[in-house]
Design a protein around this ligand. Structure first.
Ligand code: GDP
Length: 319
């Protein structure tokens, strides 16, 4: 079993590659829920949604979120009715939010609702929220503390960030199956997701870091940082706020307690050598996923790296 820790957009691209090179039933995906929000009275879980849609082959690849070919008539009418419209939910997307909210209202846990939705969509992979408890990523800015979606979507991540915290994390438990999945994995892969606000909340749930340290499976991460910036989004700003350098070194530092292999982009080959001298096993590859071929090639590279347990030093793939 391959276990993936992931957020939404970068992670969904990585999972898209994996689902094309190994059977879905060999994949367990542990998903960040720190971005979850109450929207129009519905329970919306942006990262669970993106992972569900990509595995169901429904994700809009142009937008990187939501459903392919969706329309936005409900959103327009909600605006006419004076409701907030900054968080975009398409008409087809709304069906998922309605069903999840209904299931939770009827007493199912988030994990149970996730399984039920995945089954209806014919998804073969196992999708696990990091926790059934509510853990909320809070971003402290000069205008006050914001939820991640307020910071990211409503305010276009323009506010300077003082710090980030994960409200509710210390009392949260991993969702059933999360620790077992990590402990019994053939390999654990950390997607090229935001280390602070996508992987950070997962690591903040008590027990998960300990399992990552104890598992016999190799733990490999793909860097979402190339050179001195994030491929997209606020990862760089948030890493700076968390006192991490915005570089592959910062990514290695964020995962230092359990990381076995860091996969970085070819553009970072020189920095990779320095990092390797500091004792981290680094492999350089083509990590920008624009096409399906980019995604499947990266998935194959990562899978072959974790399969070759005895490779002690970095190598470069020929791409
Ligand atoms: P979010 O929940 O929507 O923020 O999504 P993620 O955390 O999964 O993904 C965002 C991160 O993915 C950002 O830090 C990007 O730098 C990174 N990212 C996005 N696309 C790519 C890509 O093609 N290659 C790599 N290496 N990183 C990417």
């Amino acid at each position: 079993m391959i276990v993936v820790l992931t957020g939404g957009t970068g992670g969904a691209k990585f999972v898209d590659g994996l689902r094309h090179v190994i059977p879905q039933k060999e994949l367990t995906i542990i998903v960040n829920t720190g971005d979850d929000l109450d929207w129009w009275g519905l329970y919306v879980s942006p990262d669970l949604d993106s992972i569900t849609y990509v595995l169901a082959d429904r994700l809009s690849s142009e937008r990187g979120w939501g459903v392919r070919g969706d329309t936005f008539f409900c959103l327009q009418t909600m605006g006419d009715l004076g409701q907030p419209t900054w968080f975009h939910t398409g008409d087809r997307d709304l069906a998922l939010h309605l069903v999840r909210s209904k299931l939770i209202h009827e007493g199912r846990t988030l994990a149970e609702a996730t399984v039920e939705i995945a089954n209806k969509f014919g998804i073969g992979a196992r999708i696990l929220p990091m926790s059934n408890a509510r853990v909320e990523t809070r971003v402290d800015t000069p205008v006050g503390e914001l939820s991640f979606e307020e910071y990211f979507v409503q305010r276009w991540y323009q506010d300077p960030v003082k710090s980030v915290r994960f409200a509710g994390a210390t009392e949260a438990k991993p969702a059933p199956g999360v620790l077992d999945a990590i402990m019994s994995a053939g390999a654990v892969l950390i997607a090229p997701s935001n280390p602070v606000t996508s992987i950070g909340p997962i690591l903040a749930v008590p027990g998960i870091v300990a399992a990552l340290k104890r598992t016999r499976a190799p733990v490999a991460a793909v860097s979402p940082i190339i050179g001195a910036s994030a491929v997209s989004g606020p990862a760089g700003i948030l890493m700076t706020a968390q006192k991490l350098p915005v570089s592959i070194t910062g990514v290695a530092q964020a995962y230092k307690e359990f990381l076995d292999i860091l996969i970085v982009d070819h553009q970072d080959a020189k920095a990779a050598k320095d990092l390797q001298r500091a004792g981290v096993r680094v492999h350089s590859a083509h990590t920008i996923m624009r096409t399906m071929q980019d995604k499947t090639q990266l998935a194959r590279t990562v899978l072959s790296l974790v399969a070759s347990k005895n490779t002690a030093h970095a190598a470069s793939d020929p791409s």
